[in-house]
Design a protein around this ligand. Structure first.
Ligand code: SER
Length: 318
């Protein structure tokens, strides 16, 4: 059984991934570590939890060695829009946090999962069917930390044999924990607004097409890649993975099929629009499909139906 540390466990991915890992490998084998946000009841009650700043190398190493960890899912990071507001802090958290994780992994022979992003690409990247290996040149500090992170993970593998693996996530849509400070957050916010107010003011233009994915697929991707036979992997980090690709107008239309009185208006935020405009529209994920069997379950209609059910139930219980 692996013994796992999840950093960023209170975040949008971490909260759900931690519970999925506990289900799979046993609750006592998955240590959740959060920093800024308070852990939800589930997270703190279903298994070990600690507070950890990933910039503190000694504290991180003490948890990894003290808990005899064999794998680290490193999710702690600042997202794209908030990173543009605080570039130095974003560099510190995203890069030094990853470096500390890789160093502990090198010392204690841990496997590492590192989530990269569509943000690792930039305006020079082919926007449609974006190849696995292509020009990246990200234009945001967040994207720079993701592209550099992919390279650093590959370096630790080549130089020290650290089994670091990762995917490039599209925008992630989920109904447990809210994302914070990302550019694709509109695709989560819209559901709460649709259920509560029947109206949403979107901060991206109606025609801004981006790759997106529903959280259950994102969780499966992480676990499946980490369990994949290493002999089948030609790439290790920054695997393109795709599930659906849509614009705010198309998402609104899909919601209107369930809630016909839902309306959308556009109040474009220039910062987040510029970030979105620098990202690819749809990635080619054939390397992930061939090398470790990636295959998403949710398309746009399936995701919208499931999200509306969950958000309606959640708001009713609040
Ligand atoms: N969803 C992220 C963001 O918008 C991209 O990885 O920042």
């Amino acid at each position: 059984m692996p013994k796992i540390l999840v950093t960023g466990a209170t975040g949008q991915i971490g909260a759900e991934l931690t519970l999925a890992l506990r289900e799979r490998y046993g609750a006592e084998n998955v240590v959740a570590a959060g920093h800024r946000r308070e852990p939800s009841g589930d997270l703190a009650q279903t298994g070990p939890y600690c507070r950890l700043d990933v910039r503190d190398a000694a504290a991180l190493d003490a948890v990894v060695s003290g808990q005899h960890c064999t794998a680290i899912y490193h999710l702690a990071a600042l997202l794209s829009a908030v990173a543009e507001e605080q570039p130095l802090q974003a560099w510190d958290i995203n890069m030094n946090g990853l470096l500390n994780v890789l160093e502990s992994a090198r010392k204690h022979r841990c496997q590492v999962f590192f989530p990269s992003s569509i943000a690792a690409f930039g305006p020079d990247t082919p926007p449609f069917d974006t190849p696995q290996d292509t020009v990246q040149h990200p234009a945001t500090i967040y994207g720079i930390t993701k592209a550099a992170g992919e390279l650093l993970c590959d370096y630790y593998h080549r130089r020290y044999g650290v089994d670091a693996r990762g995917v490039r996530y599209p925008g992630l849509i989920s109904n447990q924990v809210l994302p914070g400070g990302g550019t694709t957050d509109y695709a989560v916010d819209i559901f709460y607004a649709a259920v509560q107010q029947r109206h949403y003011d979107c901060f991206l233009r109606a025609d801004t097409q981006l790759d997106m994915m529903y959280m259950p697929d994102a969780i499966v991707a992480a676990v499946q890649l980490m369990e994949a036979d290493a002999n089948r992997l030609t790439h290790r980090n920054g695997f393109n993975i795709a599930a659906m690709s849509f614009t705010p107008a198309q998402l609104a239309a899909a919601i209107q099929r369930h809630l016909p009185d839902f309306t959308i208006a556009y109040a474009v935020d220039p910062l987040r629009q510029a970030i979105a405009d620098s990202w690819p529209r749809h990635m080619d994920d054939s390397a992930a499909r061939t090398e470790w069997g990636w295959r998403p379950q949710f398309d746009l209609p399936g995701m919208v139906a499931d999200m509306l059910t969950h958000i309606a139930a959640k708001l009713q219980n609040d």
